[in-house]
Design a protein around this ligand. Structure first.
Ligand code: GH3
Ligand code: MG
Ligand code: MG
Length: 333
């Protein structure tokens, strides 16, 4: 008996063929589902998502070719082997063109040949699925940072190039926010590098929780993060940065038996309002971040004017949230 339990759907309008193939393949350890015409076959396909279909060609209601066509247009991973009468061999060859793996003429002369084909096609499918998962994993690894799971610096460069291109072509603007953990070196020195690693992962999570679906978060470098935001106006900035500053300031980082609180500083810049190239965009946000550090940390700076009201909003919301971390920001307005 086979150990793996792949599912095979057999579609045929001849009861004795269904019975024969079911018993043979069940004996090999496969899980068998049967259908007596194309329409029922497609219903069972939807319901069970089988690994393989063995399908007759000439059947009432819906024939094997229609079954094959529908399955292949659904971009399904299900393989198909066609069973047909000798008089229909030309049609069976058409089925190969439509994506069937193989075909066999009935009556089946050597059942072992069919069993071998079933085994081979399922092995091929298994290998293809594993390869696909591996490629997906490699693609993820190429754009993600291994510690935080956030997008990495290399992917940021690509995204910025694309955003700038989009902005020039369609006139959209976008905003970048550089975020740097304050006195992170001291934190490492006091609590150890592993605690520092935990804080970096958690900061990534805390920032993510405050972002919208369309925002993208990157680990820019050691203890620096960058948020790329589309569809944000200058008026939205104070609210957004206040939320982020507060979320981090109010969190107590706990790892093993150690606890600590941290703050972050932020610098922001809009493209194309503030700058005209990727280099100047990064430089401008970086300079704003530097000014936030110089001004005492735990704050936000940018190169556009923030009104006194905006600043009061940022500080006010931070204090509100510090007093009541559960408070909703919107309520402070
Ligand atoms: P400032 O407030 O001016 O930003 O001071 P700072 O101490 O945060 O900045 P500084 O650039 O002096 O130090 C950053 C530290 O971040 C130094 C480096 O060892 C640490 N660091 C960088 N990457 C990692 C990491 O992956 N894990 C840990 N635990 N520490 C890291
Ligand atoms: Mg720092
Ligand atoms: Mg830094």
């Amino acid at each position: 008996m086979k150990e793996t339990k792949e599912t095979i759907l057999i579609i045929d309008d001849e009861d004795d063929i269904l019975a024969l193939l079911s018993s043979l393949l069940e004996n090999e350890g496969y899980k068998i589902i049967t259908a007596c015409n194309g329409r029922e076959g497609l219903e069972k396909f939807q319901e069970h998502n089988p690994d393989l279909i063995l399908s007759d060609v000439k059947m009432p209601v819906k024939d094997g070719i229609e079954v094959l066509r529908e399955i292949k247009t659904k971009e399904s991973d299900t393989e198909v082997i066609i069973l047909t009468g000798h008089s229909d061999e030309a049609t069976a060859i058409d089925c190969l063109r439509l994506g069937a793996y193989d075909y066999f003429c009935k009556p089946l002369e050597d059942i072992d040949v069919l069993l071998t084909a079933v085994e081979r096609v399922l092995e091929k499918r298994d290998l293809e699925l594993k390869n696909r998962a591996l490629i997906q994993q490699l693609e993820e690894m190429a754009i993600k940072d291994s510690l935080t799971g956030l997008y990495n610096y290399r992917y940021l460069q690509k995204c910025l190039d694309e955003e700038i291109e989009r902005s020039r072509r369609y006139g959209h603007n976008f905003f970048i926010l550089m975020i740097d953990v304050d006195h992170f070196k001291d934190l490492n020195d006091t609590h150890g590098h592993l605690f520092g690693d935990h804080v970096l992962k958690k900061v990534g999570e805390l920032i993510s929780q405050e972002l919208r679906y369309s925002d993208r978060l990157f680990r820019y470098g050691g203890e620096e993060f960058l948020v790329l935001m589309n569809e944000i106006s200058k008026d939205d900035v104070p609210n957004t940065v206040a939320r982020l500053l507060a979320a981090i300031r109010n969190h107590t980082f706990t790892f093993e038996d150690q606890k600590s609180k941290i703050t972050v500083s932020m610098g922001g810049a809009f493209f194309p309002e503030d700058v005209d190239s990727k280099v100047s965009l990064i430089k401008t946000a970086d300079q704003a971040l530097y000014r936030a550090k110089e001004a005492g940390r735990n704050r936000f700076e940018c190169c556009f004017e923030l009104s006194d009201n905006d600043l009061a909003l940022i500080m006010g919301k931070m204090q509100n949230l510090a007093a009541d971390p559960a408070a909703k920001l919107g309520a402070a307005n």
